[in-house]
Ligand binder design. Structure first.
Ligand code: NAD
Length: 462
């Protein structure tokens, strides 16, 4: 067993089993058996649609309980767990419920006489779904809903820091009527994830997490030619063109930079601001950041919760020290919170200015409440600088000029570009990264493709 801790207090909330290799094998075996069962394999599309819809209904019925659980285990303010994490998970099940009756193949005219041709999409088999700790319930739903609607069975491995909402989700799947063995959960750390990735009966791994672990998983999956999709890290630039009203874009940038205390893969972290206004922007965003209420996520007045763990707290602290030692100017924050918050893993929202592209804080993913203001002189060089990173998950452009904004959107190598928006997501819009930010896309029709394979059937008409 291992303990899972409330990051706002450091108190143990629960103990959870550390799965052995034997447990992983048992889960995969159960999933393999369920995949072949007529109850699952032959379930009518309309029945499958109702099943996913029922999961969504149950999530909604238990919305408050799930949001509280997510807040206690992950730390995110209840305002986030109740308005983003749970509703977004619900919407994923509803969106994919709609696809159940629309997963058609096609016929295409062949240039061969006497042959009828058609194709359809088939599920892959047992899928291993490995999730991170920043939005555990929501990210599990991103994977589970498309995997189930296409007829796969799954073994989910939530992050060891935040296993509780995924375990509850699995219980609700059973309550909704998901047949035995279709949804399995194994809890534990990296070794459990590794056992899943290496299991010969796992047809696909869908992983969300760090780029470093993503590389390892891609290697393992590649060796045995398992299907793999990877949603990895990011270092999103926020490009502020000289024509924008700084006051009008502060709120969107604060949301983008500090949502879930910056523990967001798409977090806005590199703020490119025209040099004459860089100080003004840094001062204003620092003032908003410093005014935010840190606290226990269950307290309704809390705007910023803790970091997920002691380890993450130390990691953020190391980056902040590196920022200072490499010559960035600290405008606000820069240290762990004390007083009543000293037992939790709280870090003050931090703004640096005078950052340049070569500094560690501008290059590496921090995954904490650390914003870097990078002054620029040459607006024509912005796309190159935005792209000067191994990551390519997301970017945001703030501009009043539609031509400038769209030119940048074309030139920036990122899976998602927002124009004048905080980081929105929608079940219908494909989500994923370019370059070291990942392989493949979740959400939308793209996720259906990633959990299925095309089969071509040729028939002689003779
Ligand atoms: P992590 O890579 O450390 O762990 C992610 C998951 O993988 C956990 O469940 C962990 O137990 C498991 N794991 C660790 N080592 C493994 C191994 N060798 N084999 C198999 N499984 C292994 O990531 P994290 O610290 O939990 O999450 C933060 C990272 O996730 C950040 O880099 C963030 O950018 C990324 N992320 C990306 C997206 C996206 O959509 N692109 C979304 C959220 C988070």
């Amino acid at each position: 067993m291992f303990e899972t801790v409330d990051p706002a207090t450091g108190d143990v909330i629960d103990t959870v089993p550390e799965a052995s290799a034997g447990d992983v094998d048992a889960a995969v075996t159960a999933a393999k058996r369920a995949f072949a069962s007529s109850e699952w394999a032959e379930m009518l599309p309309a029945t499958r649609a109702r099943l996913l819809w029922k999961i969504a209904d149950l999530l909604e019925e238990h919305a408050e309980e799930l949001a509280r659980l997510e807040t206690r285990d992950q730390g995110q303010p209840f305002g986030i767990s109740s308005t983003i994490s749970v509703p977004n998970a619900v919407e994923h099940f509803r969106y994919y419920a709609g696809w159940a009756t629309k997963l058609h193949g096609s016929t295409v005219p062949l240039s061969i006489p006497g042959v009828d041709y058609r194709n359809w999409r088939e599920p892959l088999g047992v899928c291993g779904l490995i999730t991170p700790w920043n939005f555990p319930l929501m990210i599990a739903a991103w994977k589970l809903a498309p995997a189930l609607v296409t007829g796969n069975t799954v073994v989910v491995k939530p992050a060891e820091q935040t296993p509780l909402s995924t375990l509850r989700l699995a219980e609700l799947c059973v309550e909704a009527g998901v047949p035995r063995g279709v949804v399995n959960v194994v809890t534990g750390g990296p070794a459990v994830g590794q056992a899943l990735v290496r299991h010969p009966d796992v047809a696909k791994i869908s992983f969300t997490g760090s780029t470093e672990v993503g590389r390892e998983i891609a290697g393992e999956a590649g060796r045995r030619l398992a299907r793999v999709s990877l949603e990895l890290g990011g270092k999103a630039p926020s490009i502020i063109t000289p024509d924008v009203d700084i006051d009008a874009i502060l709120e969107g940038n604060i949301m983008g930079g500090l949502l879930n205390c910056g523990q967001v893969c798409a977090a806005y972290t590199r703020f490119y601001v025209d040099e004459p206004r860089a100080e003004e922007f840094a001062g204003k965003i620092a003032a908003v950041a410093a005014s935010m209420q840190l606290g226990n996520g269950l307290d309704p007045s809390t705007q910023l919760g803790p970091l997920v763990s002691q380890e993450q707290l130390q990691r953020v602290d190391r980056y902040v020290q590196q920022g200072t030692s490499e010559g960035a100017t600290l405008v606000t924050g820069g240290r762990r919170s004390g007083g009543a918050l000293a037992n939790g893993y709280f870090f003050e929202p931090t703004v640096f200015t005078d950052v340049d592209d070569t500094m560690t804080i501008a290059r590496e993913e921090i995954f904490g409440p650390v914003l870097s203001v990078i002054p620029y002189r040459d607006a024509d060089d912005l796309a190159r600088r935005a792209n000067d990173t191994e990551y390519g998950l997301a970017a945001v452009i703030w501009s009043r000029d539609i031509g400038t904004a769209n030119r940048l959107a074309h030139d920036i190598k990122a899976g998602t570009v927002w124009i004048n928006l905080p980081p929105f997501l929608d079940a219908a819009a494909p989500w994923g990264g370019m370059k070291a930010s990942g392989v493949g896309r979740e959400m939308g029709w793209d996720a259906i493709l990633s959990y299925t394979e095309t089969k071509s059937v040729w028939t002689s008409l003779g």
